[in-house]
Design a protein around this ligand. Sequence first.
Ligand code: GCB
Length: 521
Amino acid sequence: WASLSRWVNGVQVVEHEGGHLPFEADISSVVQGSPGSLCRITVALNNTLSPHTLPPGSIQYMADKSRYPKNYFVQNTKFDFFNYAGIHRPVVLYTTPAAYIDDITVTTISSDSLARVQYQVSVVGSTDSSLSLSLRDQEGKVVATGDGPEGQLKVLNPNLWWPYLMHENPGYLYSLEVRMQAQLDGALLEDVYTLPVGIRTVHVTSSQFLINGRPFYFHGVNKHEDADIRGKGLDWPLIVKDFNLLRWLGANSFRTSHYPYAEEIMDLCDAYGIAVIDESPGVGIKLPESFGNRSLQHHLAVMEELVRRDKNRPSVVMWSVANEPASELPPAAHYFKTVIAHTKALDPSRPVTFVTDANYALDRGAPYVDVICVNSYFSWYHDPGHLEVIPLQLTAQFENWYKTYQKPIIQSEYGADSVPGLHSDPPMMFSEEYQQAMLREYHSVLDKKRKEYVVGELIWNFADFMTNQGTTRVLGNKKGIFTRQRQPKAAAFVLRDRYWRIANESSCLPPATSSHSLFLK
Ligand code: GCB
């Protein structure tokens, strides 16, 4: 939704702008009845998108009375997925003691033999509280303890958090138990919060993306929160299925294109070792008025909400502040400089990017990113049907970007639509064979450049998904390597062979586990 208001027993308790990210309201003062008495919660949602919302959009009134009824209008957007309305994720009612643990921030630094878990805890409701912390490993053994609102826990011989297929035990999580005791009006209050903690580091050089000091290559996907029946709504069996497919594919990463995903999905990324490029809903920022101060202030606020939600997740290895904005426009320089600097100030521990499809020579946001993320659709939107142009055009794309910026590059989107079951020899557009052939052409160039400075490739898209209707969409976008029902197309097998081969080349997995068998945790 674009904005939401909520009333309890007729009293407005909260109003929030923007979807995808959590917010809350303290309703104690309006639910004062006796236990068991009824209380009415009213929610009003508005999914109208304006030039100042994220994502932006605009309402267009159709004035031509000969063609449209009176007051006829449409919602225009500049993004390629269905603008589902409604509440897509759980709404919970919870209680706390009058004084409680409000927030925890954890960052980790490590060498092979020693890790430091730095923590900060904030308490609300009391100025007289004490905190004690204990860190347990997966066997339940306490490996470090601490106290007070900030400090460092030292862990000897830590089990590091590794991405899937980079280690035989990926996604290792400790659990940090934080206990608070507070005095309030003569009463002793207690609160406990347990936070999963993964110990890992992320660094970027001019040509590498390092996790725990080792070069990491993103071989993964772009996703959407989308499926039949539930649309965008959270659906546990679907999530479990998707993670099984990711592991079947040998994918070690995904980008949350083009908005923050449900926390339940992020929990599985932490636990399975799927590295995430965590993207804000800054998609389709194209209109000049969407680069103004009002939009900028909202974008900064959204980044605060995103970082606050996901800052403690080891799976999140980079923030993406936007997808394919009009970054060649003059105001884009100040806009992206500001959004990226703000995100880095909120979280100095992670690299920041945005995903571009602008020309390397004209892009005004690229000077501020840590990693260049480029989308391209050679032989699809450009030179349709001409697979033979890919090697030359893709090589030039990488070389131009690298020469200009000397930063690592991720091919953050590439792909072709295919209608499942449509076959063609020679490969023609929209057939499964064309999608396969296009992948192979891209891969031949990626195989050369990943030895130099290309640090990842994310296919567009994991699965087919719903979009607005249009002459280029056939019941939605068909660039999935799986159908919308999660059945593999021929392209899925091309990627599966490739991802497992890349993983085997670079991992420290013992040979027995690097087969094609499903890697179950
Ligand atoms: C893009 C967009 C993505 C679209 C995709 C496509 O560049 O980032 O949202 O769905 O291309 O298939 O056109």
